[in-house]
Design a protein around this ligand. Structure first.
Ligand code: NAD
Length: 488
């Protein structure tokens, strides 16, 4: 099997990667992969069943002793080689990701691919820096603590940033000496498969990485409940996260959850308004708003609300929407038809709740948009308690809320069940730091939004999940401490 249109995309594997071999699924069935720009089918990927997950776990278990025994710098060297290969492949990987997801190619070239390489490079360098400790204990005893890999790790990835999220999980897990079974989203599996090919090419041993492409309720569910998997790292919706926790109880596996968000983005009266407007547009419209950390609630001081709304609406209307492969395109289609319909349904919810649609709210007009899953950049004025200001829309859809004083701004910002990313724009340093402390969030951005780096921990609190990706925190997440006592 191969990609159906090798003229426009480099041919890549579409089978399952198990024990270093590309194999068909045991049921012999496939899943079509759709291009969200024109609805064409770009590939048929093998459909992994629960039985295939079992085979993949067995392969990962078999590969584990040798991989964890490999000197850490050797594991690191392989990840660094992979980072180099990803950089060499930037143009092809960017094209693949843009075609599969609808991300504008300019973003894939400047963010998705380079950030994926950076992540593997960061964790490649980290592999041999995971030191243990010697703990001062009772006289006559030596106590040292080593960090050991967990074993076989299951990773379940969503469709919004498939390439980057694959690296966020694989990088630390492999650097720490674990082996893996990874399931990309059935909607956007292609870049993960390509990473699998590159891993085999750079010499990552057979069975260290196993890729099972399949549906969540079958292959994903089996990963979550598998008795031989020691940890599941999950990124996706809060509803699925809950199901994964429930399925994990059989063997009490460790769970890491990166879930949804409803990011507050507060603009104070003393903010640099042009900077806040530009940053807020990136916060919500980048990747068509399909980001867990999207700044989906703009919380604006009432004294500047009219000016901010006027400027922000004008900017939203000027965004170039179109073919993701056109280098001029700033916003592509949403990643699936179903999701497009879901986002549009929130426009109806907003209207029913008495919200005012200030921009967008529909599919852009014109032949060029007829086949794609497009939604215009949408701005809705709403109340903080409205559904559109509480529930994650996960699209180019922002609600504007206003506040009169700092106390109210904080109450609105912290007034959802989520707690992932939060941003604020102010020139008052004291206020900035006070808010950073008080915001119910795993990440806070001051006079910027959605900054992410492999060295900085990423994750949320409350219904946004627990555990952290990236940074040294991630190495902790993928290891467990072993305390050794010596009677000296
Ligand atoms: P989703 O929960 O529907 O699917 C995510 C993954 O889980 C997919 O691979 C899917 O096949 C799998 N899955 C579905 N049902 C499953 C089950 N019962 N058992 C095991 N696996 C199952 O989410 P999505 O629609 O792909 O992604 C969008 C969501 O992801 C949004 O809510 C968004 O906020 C969240 N997200 C969070 C982060 C973060 O880091 N916090 C990052 C990106 C996306």
């Amino acid at each position: 099997m191969a990609l159906d249109d090798p003229k426009t995309l480099k041919t890549i594997q579409t089978k399952l990667l198990i024990g270093g071999e590309w194999v068909d699924g045991s049921a012999g069935t496939t899943i079509p992969v759709e291009n969200p720009y024109d609805g064409s089918i770009i590939a048929h990927i093998a459909e992994a069943t629960a039985e295939d997950v079992d085979r993949a776990v067995a392969a990962a278990e078999a590969a584990l002793p040798a991989w964890r025994a490999l000197p850490a710098h050797e594991r690191g060297r392989l990840l660094l080689k992979l980072a180099d290969r990803i950089e060499e492949e930037t143009a092809d990987l960017a094209r693949l990701e843009a075609t599969d997801t609808g991300h504008p190619i300019r973003d894939c070239l400047s963010l998705d691919v380079p950030r994926t390489a950076l992540c593997f490079r960061y964790f490649g360098g980290m592999a041999d820096k995971l030191e243990g400790s010697v703990v001062p204990v009772d006289a006559g005893f030596l106590n040292y603590v080593e960090r050991e890999p967990i074993g076989v790790v299951g990773a379940i990835v969503p469709w919004n940033f498939p390439l980057m999220f694959t690296s966020w999980k694989m990088g630390p897990a492999l650097a720490a000496g674990n082996t893996m079974v990874i399931k990309p989203s059935e909607i956007t599996p292609l870049s993960t498969l390509r990473i699998g090919e590159l891993m085999m090419e750079v010499g990552i041993p057979a069975g260290v990485i196993n890729i099972v492409t399949g549906y969540g309720h079958t292959a994903g569910q089996r990963i979550a409940e598998h008795p031989r998997i020691g940890k599941v790292a999950f990124t996706g919706s809060t509803a699925t996260g809950r199901r994964i926790v429930e399925a994990s109880v059989s063997n009490l596996k460790k769970i890491q959850l990166e879930l949804g968000g409803k990011g507050p983005n507060i603009i104070f009266a003393d903010a640099n308004i042009p900077a806040a407007i530009g940053g807020s547009a990136f916060a919500i419209f980048h990747n068509q708003g399909q980001a867990c950390i999207a700044g989906s609630r703009m919380i604006v001081h009432e004294s500047i609300a009219d000016e901010v709304i006027e400027r922000f609406t004008a900017l939203a209307k000027s965004i170039r929407i179109g073919d993701p492969l056109d280098p001029e395109t700033e916003m592509g289609p949403l990643t699936s038809r179903l999701h497009q319909q879901r986002v549009l349904s929130f426009v109806e919810v907003a209207k029913e709740e008495g919200g005012a649609v200030l921009a967008g709210g529909k599919v852009p007009e014109g032949e060029a948009y007829a086949k794609g899953c497009f939604v215009e950049p949408t701005i809705v004025r709403a109340k903080a308690t409205d559904r559109v200001a509480q529930e994650e829309v996960f699209g180019p859809f922002v609600t504007i809320l206003t506040f009169k004083d700092d106390e109210e701004a904080l109450a609105i910002a912290n007034g959802t069940d989520y707690g992932l990313g939060a941003g604020l724009w102010t020139n008052d340093l004291t206020r900035a730091h006070l808010f950073a402390k008080k915001l119910h969030a795993g990440m806070v951005w001051i006079n910027c939004y959605k900054r992410v780096h492999p060295a900085s921990p990423f994750g949320g609190v409350g219904m946004s999940g627990y555990g952290r990706e990236m940074g040294f925190e991630a190495m902790r997440e993928y290891t467990q401490p072993k305390s050794v006592w010596v009677n000296v």
